[in-house]
Design a binder for this molecule. Structure first.
Ligand code: KG4
Ligand code: ZN
Length: 361
């Protein structure tokens, strides 16, 4: 079965073709980063308009790269939520229109399920069950993943997401959008591992006894340092380093605690912050020490992409939760709880009870 995947939840238009036997045939991406950087963050209305411009050319490009035609498709998967409502509606409407025109099933996929399953696209891939650390711009969660649609939330951030904190602190340091990767590069440039650190920031909730996170205090701590020391090149680097070390230590500590609590030995890291080099190094080192195994999706699958949506769609199509072809899939969910979606699988399929935006979380 050949599945077309369409991702338009935020500022990346991703399109991919996944074949249940042959694997990932093609995936193409258009990033809106340059467009939004002028404004220092994602402008939702501009994002929607750009998705409209990009999505059909990208569909043609993905088909050409795989040597397939629209008529070869067996299903269409799109990101139903969570994300920016207007941006989601672009993917949803294109998917619904293609499904209607080609008489194909249309599957609305949970964006975080896409991220959770994306490590399975890599080789070697983890096997169920595993613990997933989901660290993106909008989410920071630890999930126990027992199979497709079997997700147990172990802990999550009580305020900012890790990526959001990276982006906000980067902005305070005067770094260009998107700040996360820029802050990380700056921190790496100033990290001389033998050297004592000039600043140490708190490790929020590291010893809270649960698997929750909090990152908004780090933002304030960074701001206090900036006010006290100004933003010279050296100070910016020292703050970036202190911030990155604090976040990495907390994410590492909680991930190991989640493995211990569940008794599982595989850890999967997904979401944009999973691209962070220090986080990768720290998790690799610590899991090795404890005899566990850590899996990172290929960098291109860490951030938003169409491949994870096509792949999640293909798995859902093959599972007993497969939805029936319906053409009223023109519905998105700007806020959408993954555990709740998994408990009622039909809500993760293509049967919304009404068209439009469903803002229930
Ligand atoms: O998963 P993603 O592409 O989009 C969603 O939020 O769904 O994640 C984007 C987030 C942004 O906050 C970005 O700053 C962060 O991931 N990010 C990083 C790095 N690369 C991306 N954060 C820290 N270090 C990085 N190397
Ligand atoms: Zn994402």
């Amino acid at each position: 079965m050949l599945v077309l995947g369409i991702e338009t939840s935020c500022d990346e238009t991703g399109v991919a073709l996944y074949h249940t036997r042959e694997g990932l045939l093609s995936h193409v991406l258009h990033s809106q980063t340059d467009m939004h950087s002028e404004y220092g963050g994602v402008v939702p209305e501009l994002a929607s308009r750009d998705h409209i411009r990009q999505v059909l050319p990208l569909v043609r490009q993905a088909l050409a790269a795989a040597g397939r035609k629209l008529e070869d498709l067996d299903a269409i998967a799109y990101t139903r939520g969570p994300g920016l409502a207007g941006a989601l509606l672009v993917g949803a409407s294109i998917a619904a229109a293609l499904g209607f025109a080609l008489n194909l099933p249309v599957l609305g996929i949970h964006h975080l399920e896409g991220h959770l399953l994306s490590p399975l696209l890599s080789d070697p891939a983890p096997t169920f069950p595993f613990v997933a650390l989901l660290v993106s711009g909008g989410h920071t969660q630890l999930m126990e993943v027992n199979g497709l649609g079997k997700y147990v939330l172990l802990g999550e951030t009580v305020d900012d997401a890790a990526g959001e904190a990276f982006d906000k602190v980067a902005k305070l340091l005067g770094l260009a959008y998107p700040g996360g990767p820029a802050l990380s590069r700056l921190a790496d440039a100033f990290s001389n591992s033998g050297q004592p650190r000039r600043f140490t920031l708190p490790r929020p909730m590291l010893h809270s006894g649960d698997l929750n996170f909090s990152f908004s205090g780090l933002k304030t701590a960074a701001l206090t340092l900036i006010r006290a020391h100004g933003v010279t090149e050296q100070t910016r680097g020292d703050i970036a380093l202190a911030f990155q070390e604090a976040v990495v230590e907390v994410l590492t500590g909680k991930s190991l605690a989640a493995l211990e609590k569940t008794g599982l030995t595989q850890l999967v890291v997904a979401g944009g912050v999973g691209a962070n080099r220090q986080l990768r190094a720290s998790l690799s080192r610590k899991t090795e020490e404890t005899g566990a195994e850590v899996f990172f999706p290929a960098l291109e699958f860490c951030t938003d992409n169409g491949a994870m949506i096509a792949f999640a769609g293909a798995l859902r199509l093959q599972s007993r939760h497969a939805p029936h072809p319906e053409y009223d899939a023109f519905a998105v969910r700007a806020r959408w709880d993954l555990e709740a979606a998994a408990r009622s699988p039909e809500s993760a399929g293509a049967s919304p009870d009404r068209a439009g935006i469903d803002d229930r979380s």
